[in-house]
Design a protein around this ligand. Structure first.
Ligand code: ADP
Ligand code: MG
Length: 360
């Protein structure tokens, strides 16, 4: 039964992809171990991520999306290191094997794997209390590529983001709203009502984009590869700009200035004009949002032109949203030059409370 399931949903549909990459996949599904051939002069990059039903995805989510997102979140880690995907393994725990769910899951996985030339090379299948998906991806890069370590940001460098940080968080709220579950995300019924009203007032086209960003994120693998010559530190946004940038700031021993105006420009490039009524809220969402799987990186000003050229050809857009400074912490500056410290805990209410000086 288990062998038949593995054969039907994983071995057979993924065989052509493994075959197409046989110079990398020495041995795929079907033996005790898979075998990957790392090209000479390259190092191996490895990352794992798990999704649990009821925690990371809803029971009624489309299985196509559950699979595509699970693989996307892993590929996004390779992207943030500038690594080329080589393959992945899948540990799947099923509460009850359901053919329709498995069919959708297998299709979503194959779609994402094919899009990023990343063959499935093996895994494990077990029964358990709920559905769980655990994926490990393997990638490689030439030895000369350092992998954009988070400790490499330097004062004076630019800060860039891809796409629209915060959009997926809007999508998550939408997904909860559709199910009448907003109260689970809020501390009080009043807060849930306010969020409900705000989400209800958003243009339908934005709701659609937000749900798409949440349910079907696209890992920025090609961008990560293109950034190899330029980025110093890089990460993929999973906890919101404020929280994620703190990793770079702390490990690099620098301060990071985020600029409100270009951050809002990310939104207006999608929304058109952003009304002042929505501006603060959208800014908060960019700082605190999560699950974006967009890349955020630092780069020398000497590379500004090259990155702008890349941005013109690239999908998605790239935005220069801040600077690396000496000092510590994450700062938000408005057009009037006012600088406010942004801590992950205080992102929601960082209204001006007196001027603070940016570290020089
Ligand atoms: P073993 O008993 O040697 O661990 P299994 O019966 O668990 O073997 O799996 C048989 C083969 O199927 C192995 O090559 C394994 O890597 C592969 N496999 C099992 N589950 C999955 C899965 N969910 N996705 C891809 N390959 C899988
Ligand atoms: Mg096994």
């Amino acid at each position: 039964m288990e062998f038949e399931l593995i054969r039907q949903y994983f071995e057979v549909p993924f065989a052509p992809l493994a075959q197409a990459h046989r110079q990398v996949v020495g041995q795929g599904i079907g033996d005790d171990c898979a075998q990957l051939c790392v090209p000479e002069g390259h190092t191996l990059f490895v990352s794992s991520d798990s999704s649990v039903e009821g925690v990371h995805f809803f029971s009624d989510d489309a299985p196509f999306d559950v699979a595509a997102k699970a693989l996307a979140s892993n590929l996004s880690d390779l992207a943030a290191c500038g690594a080329q995907p080589m393959g992945f393994s899948l540990n799947l725990t099923l509460a009850k094997p359901q053919p329709a769910w498995l069919q959708g899951f297998s299709s979503g996985l194959l779609h994402m794997a094919t899009g990023h030339a990343c063959p499935l090379i093996g895994g494990d299948t077990t029964h358990g209390p709920c559905n769980m998906v655990s994926i490990t991806v393997y990638g490689c890069a030439p030895l000369s590529h350092h992998g954009f370590h988070r400790s490499r940001a330097k004062a004076g460098q630019d800060l860039w983001v891809s796409g629209l940080p915060g959009l997926a968080r809007l999508g998550m709220w939408m997904a909860y709203r559709q199910r009448g579950l907003l109260n689970k995300l809020c501390e009080s019924p009043g807060e849930a009502d306010q969020l409900d009203e705000r989400l209800g007032s958003m243009p339908v086209s934005l709701s659609h984009l937000a749900l798409q960003a949440f349910n079907r994120p696209e890992p920025r693998v090609a961008l990560g590869l293109a950034l190899r010559p330029y980025a110093s530190a890089c990460l993929d946004l999973s906890d919101g700009l404020a929280g994620d940038l703190l990793h770079i700031a702390q490990l690099s021993g620098v301060a990071i200035e985020l600029q409100a105006q270009p951050l809002l420009a990310c939104w207006s490039s999608t929304l058109g004009q952003v009304s002042s009524q929505h501006a603060d809220w959208l800014l908060d969402t960019s700082l605190s949002g999560g699950d974006d799987y967009e890349l955020c990186f630092t780069a020398s000003v000497d590379h500004r032109q090259a990155i702008e050229d890349l941005a013109r050809q690239a999908e998605p857009s790239l935005f220069r949203v801040g600077r690396v400074l000496s000092g510590q912490g994450i700062w938000l500056t408005h057009g009037d030059g006012q600088a406010l410290p942004v801590s992950k805990a205080s992102f929601e209410h960082f209204r001006p409370r007196g001027t603070t000086s940016l570290p020089s």
